[in-house]
Write a protein that binds this ligand. Sequence first.
Ligand code: PLP
Length: 400
Amino acid sequence: LETLAPRMRRVRPSPTAAISDKVRALTAAGHAVVNLGEGELDFATPPHVCAAAVAAIAAGDTKYTAVAGTAALKAAIAAKFARENGLAYDADEIIAGAGAKQLIFNALLATVAAGDEVIVPAPYWVSYPDMVALAEGEPVIVPCRAEDGWKLTPAALLAAIGPRTRWLLLNSPNNPTGAVYSEAELRGLADVLLDHPDVLLLADDIYEHVRYGYAPFATPAAVEPRLRPRTLTVNGVSKGYSMTGWRIGYAAGPAWLIGAMQTLQSQSTSNAASISQAAAVAALEGGLDFMDDWRARLAVRRDIALRAIARIDGLSCPAPEGAFYAFADCSGLIGRRTPAGRVLASDLDVAEYFLDAAHVGVVHGAAFGASPYLRIAYAVDDAVLADAMDRIAVACARLG
Ligand code: PLP
């Protein structure tokens, strides 16, 4: 009765969700826990976006829509790509879904045959390898080095490509490292891909607007137009507009691929919520003026986290260029002993110690394919963040 399908052996529950569950349990038990494990902004969704959702309900915009998104949302997405990325897409080259996550999953499910390889540079977003595995593919994890800014090099890409390579998954700004690929770096990777015409490229641009430098944002399909016919550019409103709960992501790519993703979506979840789609139109058409303030506030938080990390013996972290995570090296804490006498043998041990001793949730680097590191999500209130970092410092000082 309780036998699961064999494919369930290929997937693990999200490790970030496991930390969040433990945080909730401690909170329910009355502890003041700070969760620096969750990948979302604490800013409210902009009011004009919320107003558009309320208006959609009032207008009776509450029924099924076209599977790949309303005409209005597709037009807003096309305009966004043209305006912000210099990319022109027709309606049949665009799809909206319930988050970037659903679109990445559908893209892989639609294209990966059993045994096909998908190149996943590490550190990676936790879901990539499991999604590849669920599609019966083989994730080929390519470790990137902190000395290289955590970025995939053309040489490492070339070495990873084999006869069964189907996709390269690229994520910039990166979760968990905050690394941002420059146009020149993407150019170097594109040159390798041009020699391998059978490899598809997925550009996960979900953190596009969360960057701290002044360098323009670069996305592969725009950097190398010859890659455009085999590039799926994925984006969404979750991170940039603080709309994680609305569940709207979108993707643009060749019509054959978008069509297949639409077929999968039509037989599984159908359209994303009509009300959320209306809200996403308002977000995409509403301008980015508020973003300057958000970036400035996030930069302050990034500095609070980085300054605290620099003061803690055993932790270190270079300044991330984007997203809202500090990916801190915790090798200096490995082998140290807790007041209870437990030796910290891994980054998971360190994360558990921080949760137990400091009541601060962070995610261990192993979840992202790099150890020993900790991902500290700093998109929380300044004072809360400063307090959490103080508590971590105290917990570290108590190590033997
Ligand atoms: N891609 C990356 C790199 C992410 O970090 C996340 C969310 O954590 C997603 C995609 C999924 O975003 P969405 O909320 O649009 O499904």
